[in-house]
Design a protein around this ligand. Structure first.
Ligand code: SAH
Length: 254
């Protein structure tokens, strides 16, 4: 089964964009994922093909119309009924490695990209939509967010990264930041690669890396560190809720 990305957007020409190069581009050419951008304007019903209108109650900007969004989402759901529908919104749940992993294990994603002031609120009640944010800042549209989300998923698809990197040591995979990396030359501008990494003693190297990862996380990301410590002292909760629903629902709640 090919991981299929459907992107509902006013700018389909932005896809695959940068995901057509490098690792993701090769994977696309090899059929390891599929990219299906869909022009939302094609679902407009008036002769001006309008997709937006002024905000009810007044205020600046324009809002994406629910009737057009509804038709576009229904079209995407008919093409990929199993794929979760994600709307990029600044108020959505933060994109995390955990959510990325869950999405990458599924059949693909349908991503709804906002523009202007965003979406008419009623679409979120009327359709099964998960709102996701890529950070606490405002983009001009959801497309960049969609590219970020897809890039993070695609590198995890089977056969995309190759045997060299399972990704398990990567920052966030263990709840910690990754340890610092070095490569040749051994001495550069008077600075040496730490001796332990040149010792060939793998137990010592593993211990050093673990300590570095812990120190870095504690100092740079106290929020992650608190969660990591909390997870260690709490008993593992085996009782992860499994939904019986047909749709592939990512069940992370953070
Ligand atoms: N008025 C909205 C912002 C609209 S920005 C607000 O204040 O919340 C236009 C579109 O860009 C949004 O609909 C969304 O799809 C996208 N976008 C902006 N910032 C984003 C973020 N941090 N994460 C994900 N999508 C974002």
């Amino acid at each position: 089964m090919t991981f299929t990305a459907q992107i509902l957007t006013l700018y389909p020409e932005m896809f695959p964009g940068p995901l057509g190069t490098s690792l993701a581009g090769r994977a696309l050419a090899e059929g390891k994922w599929a990219c299906n951008p869909i022009q939302m304007r094609d679902f407009a019903t008036d002769k001006h093909r309008s997709v937006d209108d002024t905000p009810a109650g007044g205020g600046a900007g324009m809002v994406l119309k629910p009737d057009i969004l509804g038709l576009a989402v229904d079209h995407a759901l008919a093409l990929a009924p199993q794929a979760p529908v994600i709307a990029m919104t600044p108020r959505g749940k933060p994109l995390t490695q955990k959510l990325v992993r869950e999405l990458a294990q599924g059949p693909g994603v349908t991503i709804l990209c906002g523009r202007f002031e965003g979406f008419d609120e009623r679409i979120f009640a009327a359709r099964p939509i998960i709102e996701v944010s890529i950070g606490d800042y405002i983009l001009s549209g959801g497309e960049m967010g969609a590219l970020v989300l897809l890039d993070a998923c695609i590198r995890l698809l089977p056969g995309v990264m190759g045997a060299a990197s399972s990704g398990d040591d990567e920052s966030f995979e263990s709840g910690l930041l990754e340890y610092p990396q070095y490569t040749r030359p051994v001495e550069w501008e008077g600075r040496m690669i730490p001796e332990v990494l040149r010792s060939g003693d793998h137990a010592k190297i593993d211990a050093w890396r673990k300590r570095q990862a812990e120190d870095d996380t504690r100092l740079r990301r106290p929020d992650l560190w608190e969660r990591h410590i909390g997870a260690r002292v709490q008993p593992p909760s085996g009782a992860r809720r499994q939904t019986k629903e047909k749709r592939h629902e990512p069940h992370s709640d953070d």
